[in-house]
Design a protein around this ligand. Structure first.
Ligand SMILES: [Zn+2]
Length: 337
């Protein structure tokens, strides 16, 4: 029906917990009839809504794989009024290689949606998610972090979807996570995102940016894990107890203009002038870029074109022209945009 070539032993309707894989057909020089195994778990409780949880969409973002495999080991079907489907390493080849993109076909899973059944491996997996799993889902969670390239203030994020009711339900679910920020972003890095496709289908969809690779520690992993548990409780799927009350209410912020995303005008070594969370006025210099080829030439200073709070900053100093150096956000209220 979906035309997918992926095979699985998972029965999405069987009660209880099933641990398995999606087998993606591959043919390589050393193995003519190979399958790439992508892990999947299904935990079915009493009848109710379905949550789809993804980690490892980008391979160098490990908060999702850790939080979601911990979750699968801990979830008891008796605590569920609904179903939880977990793919903790959606782009498993990239997770194993420690790379953002797939080492097999060089593609970005989060630009491959909705995918095609006859695509290379990344698009085949995206197509399975779009055609088989999305139709089952009420709630979609896709856990990201800054990976190698960016520092982020920890946030649950989403696009500004056109349907205000869907937007309201998404913000409410995001607030239940308990992260300090709810971040509404634009697609400055291209289209074909997993959350974008789920949002388009009307699902309550949450992405995240949980810190960055160099900040991977107990605090951020706990925030990721506790957030997933809280969102499952908020959705009424996990009925063990009421959600944790967040210690502080999340600030809802948005980077709704292209100019909020500051790209490097030249290549070189980026020296930032501000710490994360600082408020920056339009026209202020956010940092400067030192030339490697002309080290004693004056560095190129980079100005903010809008005013806002520093939500993300490039993590690795060596920068190529066009790389995102910083993202500025302002408070967001539904109805004001
Ligand atoms: Zn990511």
């Amino acid at each position: 029906m979906s035309g997918t070539l992926l095979e699985t032993t998972i029965d999405y309707n069987r009660p209880g917990t099933q641990l398995g894989v999606l087998a993606v057909p591959q043919s390589t020089n050393s193995s003519g009839w190979r399958s790439e195994f992508i892990p999947i778990a299904v935990i079915n409780g009493a009848p109710g809504p379905t949550a789809l949880l993804f980690g490892g969409n980008h391979g160098d973002e490990y908060e999702g794989p850790v939080a979601l495999t911990n979750l699968v080991r801990a979830l008891d079907p008796a605590q569920l009024r609904g179903r939880v489907i977990v793919m903790p390493m959606l782009n498993r080849p990239a997770v194993e290689a420690g790379t953002r993109l797939s080492p097999i076909d060089g593609k970005n899973m989060n630009r491959a949606f909705p995918g095609r059944p006859d695509d290379s491996i990344t698009g085949m997996i995206a197509h399975y998610v779009s055609s088989v799993l999305f139709p089952l889902a009420d709630l979609v969670v896709d856990i990201h972090s800054g990976g190698r390239s960016a520092h982020f203030l920890p946030s649950v994020n989403m696009h500004r979807v056109p349907d205000d009711d869907q937007m309201r339900r998404m913000i409410a679910a995001a607030m239940a996570w308990g992260a300090p920020y709810v971040f509404i972003y634009r697609d400055v890095g291209g289209v074909g995102l997993l959350p974008g496709e789920a949002e388009r289908l009307g699902k309550v969809t949450l992405g995240t940016e949980m810190g960055s690779a160099s900040q991977f520690g107990a605090e951020i992993v706990t925030m990721t894990e506790r957030g997933v548990w809280n969102v499952l409780r908020h959705a009424g799927i996990l009925v063990d107890r009421t959600p944790d009350r967040p210690a502080t209410t999340a600030q809802v912020v948005a980077a709704d203009q292209y100019d909020d995303y500051i790209m490097a005008p030249v290549s070189g070594i980026f020296e930032p002038f501000f710490e994360m969370g600082a408020w920056i006025e339009a026209g202020q210099m956010i940092g400067q870029i030192h030339s490697v080829e002309q080290p004693f030439a004056p560095p190129v200073r980079v100005a903010a074109r809008t005013s806002g709070m520093l939500m993300s900053r490039r993590a690795f100093p060596l920068t190529r022209q066009g790389d995102n150096l910083a993202t500025l956000v302002r408070p967001f209220e539904l109805g004001s945009s």
